[in-house]
Design a protein around this ligand. Structure first.
Ligand SMILES: Nc1ncnc2c1ncn2[C@@H]1O[C@H](COP(=O)(O)OP(=O)(O)O)[C@@H](O)[C@H]1O
Ligand SMILES: [Mg+2]
Length: 493
């Protein structure tokens, strides 16, 4: 079954029930955003916190996502890396996905990062002042220098993969400070103990160094793209930069490494606003032959006189052993506004997925240590599936409007005709009037319970008849009784 969600559809995954939210700018449409490899939907939890559900296009649905997510979680402690916390819907843990909803295989649930992508900010020419630009550059460098220290790299640093909470940034009110943006799209992160992706990232147009056309997955992969992004952030308050911006990003992809008007403008803006050191760092990266030649992020921080708060409780990646971070996953600091739900429905779908095995491979919540990082949400504590082997297997997948009353929210009402989506819909429209509800324990689990050597004796057999031992005892008893009767008869004759 294709995953083609509607607003207010429910997904029951492990202990949590998620609701598909409505797009803030398109009434009746789910809040989704299509990227190059996936579509990301916003979900709301029962506590009205938001999560992101990343549903991959078919060729990207591989077990690598699950393996990598386990390793990624330790980097969620770094500033701006909250999206490293993830639950992966692997068909091993969620066998339902083998039979139906295949498009949800290896989908990722992670914290929703509030804000606007840097790409959207450029396109809509959002105005920032110099203090806001500096605060954002400070936050960005907190992420990048810490990543550099740990020997890891994003590998596709670009405008659409950086999220900035514009409301929060603007509330700084001109005071000089630090503001933390967040990186997303972390599936291709480089770390020495990670498995190299089968298809290497080749950078994004307008950010990619000339050497990365055939793919890049190295520790210095971010240096060039980071120099462009950081220079762009630092100079965005300078009006000519806004006016001369190419489109989705500041540079026309064909201009990269070339002497051109935009390169001169950026160089001039850096020099006039921040001094020659900054201009030199940019020029150095722009004219570099290799990524290794580009300045490291620590040089940028030094030139800007930015103190980097080193996060030391994250293990450096060159160690082979995967250490588990001790830092707590603090409670959510911001209470999200409740999602407006029409009274009595509509409930257009109900998906229930229960984790079945291999649950050990999902990172468990770690013991608390009093060092809260305000931008992190209480993700694991609530969302991580808890598998109770003593609980009876109860599944119900009902993803059709006709059986929506199975849900808890009353009768289904018709959803108004949606306006065209603001992003390409991931799948062709499906006839949702068709009844495609399911009720079962799926055959795959029945087979498992029959074949598993560790499970107790077949309970079905116990309920319906006698065991082999009991049958043998009964036969033995009958024989003994017959012999006794025979002896009595023989004696009486
Ligand atoms: N955790 C998240 N929180 C909020 N929005 C997100 C999140 N992850 C992705 N997005 C949104 O979805 C878009 C596509 O996601 P991304 O992970 O970049 O997919 P792709 O791998 O296809 O590029 C992003 O540009 C962003 O707008
Ligand atoms: Mg992306």
């Amino acid at each position: 079954m294709v995953f083609s969600p509607k607003v207010n559809d429910k997904l029951k995954i492990g202990p949590e029930t998620y609701t598909i939210t409505e797009h803030p700018a398109a009434k009746g449409m789910p809040y989704g955003q299509a990227g190059r490899r996936a579509t990301v939907y916003q979900l709301s939890t029962t506590r009205n916190e938001f999560r992101a559900l990343k549903v991959f296009n078919a060729i990207y649905r591989t077990d690598d996502t699950r393996v990598q997510a386990e390793k990624l979680s330790k980097y969620a402690m770094l500033p701006g890396m909250i999206a490293c916390k993830r639950i992966v819907l692997s068909p091993i843990q969620y066998p339902d996905l083998r039979n139906r909803l295949k498009s949800l295989q290896y989908a990722v649930i992670m914290p929703w990062v509030e804000g606007t992508t840097w790409q959207e900010l450029i396109m809509s020419k959002e105005v920032l002042d110099k203090n806001q630009c500096l605060a954002l550059a400070d936050g960005f460098l907190q992420t990048m220098v810490n990543m550099e220290d740990k020997g890891i790299a994003h590998c596709d640093l670009s405008g659409p993969n950086l999220i900035v909470d514009l409301v929060g940034l603007r509330s700084l009110n001109g005071s000089k400070s630090r503001f933390q943006p967040s990186l997303i799209d972390l599936e291709e992160l480089y770390a020495p103990d990670f498995v190299q992706p089968k298809k290497l990232p080749a950078g994004s147009a307008g950010y990619a160094h000339k050497t990365v056309k055939n793919g890049i997955w190295t520790v210095d992969a971010d240096r060039f793209a980071g120099a462009i992004l950081l220079s762009n952030i630092l100079t965005w308050h300078y009006k000519p930069m806004l006016e001369e911006s190419f489109g989705e990003q500041f540079f026309d992809p064909d201009e990269i490494h070339q002497s051109c008007k935009r390169q001169e403008l950026m160089s001039h803006a850096l020099k006039s606003q921040y001094g020659e050191d900054l201009q030199e760092l940019f020029e150095h990266a722009w004219n570099s032959e290799t990524l290794d030649e580009c300045p490291p992020f620590s040089d940028w921080a030094r030139a800007l006189d930015i103190d980097i708060e080193e996060i030391s409780d994250v293990p450096t990646a060159h160690k082979q052993t995967v250490e588990i971070p001790e830092t707590p996953l603090p409670p959510s600091t911001t209470q999200k506004p409740p999602i407006a739900q029409p009274l009595g429905g509509p409930v257009t779908g109900w998906v229930s997925l229960m984790p079945q095995q291999g649950i050990d491979s999902i990172p468990a919540p770690q013991p608390a240590k009093p060092k809260p990082r305000p931008e992190q949400e209480n993700f694991w504590e609530w969302d991580t599936p808890q598998f109770d082997p003593n609980k009876p297997k109860s599944y119900s997948i009902d993803y059709s409007p006709s059986s929506s009353t199975i849900g808890q929210q009353g009768p289904s009402t018709a959803i108004p005709n949606p306006t065209p989506p603001p992003y390409p819909p991931p799948q062709p429209p499906r006839n949702r009037g068709q009844n495609i509800g399911y009720k079962y324990p799926p055959p795959i689990n029945q087979q498992k319970s029959n074949t598993s050597p560790t499970r107790p004796a077949n309970t079905q057999q116990q309920k319906q008849g006698m065991t082999d031992g009991q049958v043998a005892a009964l036969v033995f008893l009958i024989i003994v009784v017959l012999i006794i009767i025979g002896v009595i008869i023989a004696n009486s004759l």
